[in-house]
Design a protein around this ligand. Structure first.
Ligand SMILES: C[S@@+](CC[C@H](N)C(=O)[O-])C[C@H]1O[C@@H](n2cnc3c(N)ncnc32)[C@H](O)[C@@H]1O
Length: 275
């Protein structure tokens, strides 16, 4: 097995949910207000579902007679989603599946929602082709990406500080910002017509009660470099975390609420596309 620092958090769905702290839900609720109501008979894809934020948000609206397929490439996340669905008796099938190789039939879903995944799923055009293929004619696809996240620079700072200026950047901390144009380009490559894609931005706030704990979760998930973790990462784990905490103490998009918790402003770009 590849080397892992002894301090690393071994990610399960609950860790991703803790890292995201409900910030996905704010944007998902915004998306659900933009699209035709999820009515009886809806067949919904929660694509790259992670810990199941889309599924949970939809189910919190108590829809009747719908079905959700929740899929992700990470078996631990799928296991977590399946367990929550099972516990609540939700009409959800969770499966491990690559967004580039969806096994659903053509023209299947009424809604396909890919929440905060286009920036990190690899071949986006292939993923968009599968979204288009599996959506019913007249169906609605939603794809969201973060276009502003203050923690990215904080983690990049910790990366450079502990690994040096020449070390390759972690894949999940790209130096180039993803933007609306990138999302539109990918959706069009998938088959959606530009005139059938509408984009808007939504400001969301991530509440972080304990910065040190959050830095631990963030570095464990986002800090890995293309060549994998090294002994140096283990030796400098605490230094990286301290640096992240320091960087997140102030800066653009960083504030405190009345309880003294840190608030990170994040801006989502939301694309709604009709087939
Ligand atoms: C930032 S999380 C977003 C999770 C969830 N959709 C949400 O909004 O909270 C991105 C997710 O994409 C998944 N993922 C990455 N590459 C993937 C791929 N090629 N196919 C399917 N899922 C993928 C990851 O495992 C992770 O769960």
């Amino acid at each position: 097995m590849a080397f892992q620092p002894k301090q690393i958090t071994h990610y399960q769905a609950e860790h991703l949910a803790e890292l995201q702290g409900g910030v996905s839900e704010t944007s998902i609720k915004y998306c659900l207000d933009l699209i035709p109501a999820i009515s009886e008979g809806a067949v919904i894809h929660d694509n790259a579902c992670g810990s199941g934020a889309v599924t949970e948000t939809i189910m919190s609206m108590n829809p009747s007679n719908i079905h959700i397929d929740a899929t992700d490439i990470n078996p631990e996340f799928v296991k977590g989603c399946a367990a929550v669905a099972d516990k609540n008796g939700w009409p959800v099938t969770a499966a491990v599946m690559s967004a580039q190789q969806l096994t659903f039939p053509d023209d299947h879903f009424t809604h396909s929602i890919t929440s905060f995944a286009f920036h990190c799923i690899g071949d986006q055009n292939a993923a968009a082709k599968h979204i288009y293929r599996t959506l019913k004619p007249g169906g609605t696809a939603v794809a969201t990406v973060w276009i502003f996240m203050p923690h990215v620079e904080a983690l990049q700072h910790a990366h450079w500080r502990t690994r040096g200026k020449d070390a390759p950047m972690p894949v999940l901390l790209p130096l180039e910002h993803y933007d609306e144009g990138d999302l539109r380009t990918a959706l069009q490559a998938g088959g959606f017509k530009n005139e059938n894609i509408t984009c808007s931005n939504k400001e969301c706030y991530l509440t972080v009660p304990d910065l040190k704990r959050w830095a631990q979760l963030a570095w464990s998930y986002l800090g890995n470099v293309p060549g994998g973790w090294t002994q140096n990462d283990e030796d400098k784990w605490d230094e990286a975390l301290e640096d992240i905490v320091e960087q997140l103490t102030s800066g653009d998009g960083i504030s405190k609420n009345e309880k003294g918790e840190t608030l990170l402003k994040m801006v989502a770009c939301v694309a709604v596309a009709k087939k």
